[in-house]
Design a binder for this molecule. Structure first.
Ligand code: GRF
Length: 197
């Protein structure tokens, strides 16, 4: 079977990208990361991509804080199209996705979120979970739509909240779960059709 071509977008350290690339290099995921794009020039995810010999591009996001300017998003679309990617994988990308990108890749953009959606959408979901008094949280892989963490859910994994958890210990435990869940879900995607998960 042909490899699934991925474009990865991230703003941070890129540990989910690393987990995906590790799964590919270990032969567990029949895919290739064609390009990594960031809205943050100094983001660790770009350094990681370069270290692995992958194409890494910084796209200045423009004047908004929570989304890219339409011209910037169009630039991202052009980069992804230039690599003929099948799926766009958000891995810690900290901006909302708007119509240029949504329309260019309908039902082809996925995200990982550090809670059991629909609980705790938005930023620092693990802190929200901790503050709520819940005893279980987790992570969710979902399709991206125009809302904030509202797209159709592909898969979830539970993570316990322990009595002595801090925000940091809980976030780390969720990230361990993310790093196995995200490659597993991507492995179920197909270039020609939507996932049946
Ligand atoms: C992850 O916790 C993910 O759930 C959220 O952003 C974080 C990205 O971390 N969307 P990393 O850059 O992959 O390490």
């Amino acid at each position: 079977m042909e490899k699934l071509k991925l474009g990865v977008l991230g703003s941070g350290k890129g540990s989910n990208f690393r987990a995906i690339q590790d799964a590919i290099e270990a032969g567990e995921l029949n895919a290739e990361v064609r390009i990594v794009i960031s809205d943050v020039e100094s983001a660790g995810i770009l350094d990681l991509a370069r270290l692995r010999g992958l194409r890494a591009e910084f796209v200045p996001p423009g004047k908004f804080r929570t989304k890219m300017e339409p011209e910037a998003e169009q630039r991202v679309v052009a980069l992804l199209k230039s690599e003929n990617v099948d799926y766009v994988v958000l891995a810690g990308f900290m901006r909302m996705i708007k119509t240029p990108l949504l329309n260019a890749f309908p039902s082809r953009i996925i995200n990982i979120h550090p809670s059991l959606l629909p609980n705790f959408p938005g930023i620092e979901a693990w802190k929200q979970a901790l503050a709520s008094g819940a005893t279980v949280t987790g992570c969710t892989v979902h399709y991206v739509d125009s809302g904030m963490d509202t797209g159709e859910i592909l898969a979830q994994r539970e993570v316990p909240i322990l009595p002595d958890d801090t925000a940091e210990t809980l976030h780390s435990r969720i990230q361990v779960a993310e790093h196995t869940l995200y490659p597993e879900v991507i492995a179920t995607l197909n270039a020609n059709q939507r996932s049946v998960l």
